[in-house]
Design a protein around this ligand. Structure first.
Ligand code: GDP
Length: 424
């Protein structure tokens, strides 16, 4: 019995979706344990191309049970739209295949609205939210002022609970932001509509996972975003509002006693970042545009052009440590094939002193990258399927990263398709 977590080592968008899609074939249960519809996993397979936001990437694999754990921000409206989209492309989604924790809290329409209102208030100091309501949702969860999905099964208690929360929430909406607020009727109508739709999928995931473990099933925990966006260990305040670290997987899944035996950390062969905040290796101008185009670096959720730069070994080493990665999947190596020489950030300079350590958030804007260049390979590597198919310079690039981050690179991805992978 061996459980595994797939996590992002950097700023997110490392290609976790494609790795989960590949690896799920060896697991029985795939679980999303944090985050919500604010990021997207892109998966390409025989059904087509999908940008998954809430659904676990295991939904395409026959026989795999998919779980949305108690740690996720459960927006029933977005989830339902995503389910309809996936179904329309021929993927069956039954309650046997998809299970939603009754302990997951609901992301309500006002969370989304508040996210937009707060970003507008912050103006040029905004955090770069995707405005999916995630930060207001998690704040309310920790204040115990939102609704558990399982309450949908208790209509009388639900109405009373909603009335209490609505009164409190309208105070904030109206008095702080001057917004109109919500009525009981509109909120109940929304809850009844989407509640009916997701009810069949609700279950006690703790019991389900316990039994799954007892019968020797293998669990795969799927994270959203990356270590540098983790609420506790990331670049605060430009983080997400949940814990994207592997250590949170057992808690957010519903089985706190579960062991995570293997942590596959996904690293992109160069750096990308969506949203605001310090990004030490950032390229601007033509160099950036060329890399962005080569890697098609536009946000899966928003279509925003991603900020890009060379691989950052300081940030990546930190991400590996925070995630406790035991194996690395290096993605998008093929994107670098156009470069004559490949720049690499090996260290930072902080107040003129060379450092290996990822700085504290307040010090990070002062950090300057130390860049070295290594030879490129200048040929198409997207057809490589074995380590020996890679040109020497590409092998050297991978080995250089492996040495610098102190963790074995077991997978090298050279294209978005399921089989465009080298397993070392
Ligand atoms: P995630 O949130 O970590 O799953 O990452 P995204 O879905 O935002 O970004 C990954 C993007 O890169 C998707 O469009 C993938 O299809 C694509 N992709 C993943 N691995 C590779 C690869 O090795 N090469 C190329 N060219 N594209 C890849």
């Amino acid at each position: 019995m061996s459980n595994c977590a797939i996590v992002g080592i950097n700023w997110g968008d490392e290609g976790k979706g494609r790795m989960v899609d590949l690896i799920t074939q060896d697991y029985d249960v795939v679980i999303r344990y944090q985050g919500g519809g604010n990021a997207g996993h892109t998966v390409m397979n025989e059904y087509g191309k999908f940008a998954l936001h809430l659904l676990p990437s295991g939904i395409f694999s026959p026989g795999v049970v998919n779980i949305l754990g108690n740690g996720v921000a459960l927006d029933p409206e977005s989830l339902w739209n995503e389910m309809e989209d996936v179904r329309s492309k021929g993927v069956a989604l039954t309650p046997e295949k998809l299970k939603i924790s009754e302990r997951a809290s609901l992301l309500l329409p006002w969370h989304r609205e508040l996210d937009g209102l707060e970003e507008a208030r912050l103006k040029d100091k905004k955090y770069g939210s995707t405005k999916q309501g995630i930060a207001p949702f998690y704040s309310d969860k920790y204040q115990k002022k939102t609704i558990l999905a399982g309450e949908l099964l208790y209509p009388r208690q639900l109405r009373a609970h909603l009335a209490d929360i609505l009164e409190w929430k309208n105070l904030t909406l109206q008095k702080v932001y001057g917004a109109p607020g919500y009525t009981m009727d509109e909120m109940m109508a929304w809850l009844e509509d989407y509640g009916e739709k997701i009810k069949p999928y609700l279950c006690n995931t703790t019991v389900f996972l316990r039994e799954a473990q007892r019968s020797g099933k293998k669990l795969l925990f799927e994270a959203q975003l990356g270590a540098l966006r983790d609420l506790d260990f990331g670049i605060v305040p430009y983080t997400t509002s949940s814990n994207a670290v592997a250590a949170y997987a057992p808690v957010g899944s519903g089985l706190p006693s579960a062991r995570v035996d293997e942590v596959v950390g996904v690293v992109k062969a160069y750096s990308t970042c969506v949203g605001e905040g310090p990004f030490t290796c950032e390229w601007l101008g033509d160099e950036a545009e060329e890399l962005r185009r080569a890697g098609n670096e536009y946000g899966a959720k928003t279509g925003r052009p991603r900020r890009v730069g060379p691989i950052d070994l300081v940030a990546t080493r930190y991400g590996v440590e925070i995630q406790g990665a035991t194996n690395i999947a290096l993605t998008k190596l093929d994107v670098l094939s156009y470069m004559e020489t490949i720049p690499v950030c090996t260290h930072y300079l902080l107040n003129g002193v060379r450092t290996d350590e990822f700085p504290f958030p307040a010090a990070l804007p002062e950090a300057r990258p130390v860049i070295e260049s290594v030879p490129g390979w200048k040929c198409d590597i997207s057809g490589a399927r074995k380590w020996s198919d890679l040109p020497k310079a590409a092998q050297e690039y991978v080995l250089m990263i492996e040495r610098a981050i102190g963790c074995r690179i077991g997978y090298v991805s050279v294209g978005p398709e399921r089989d465009s992978i080298i397993i070392r």
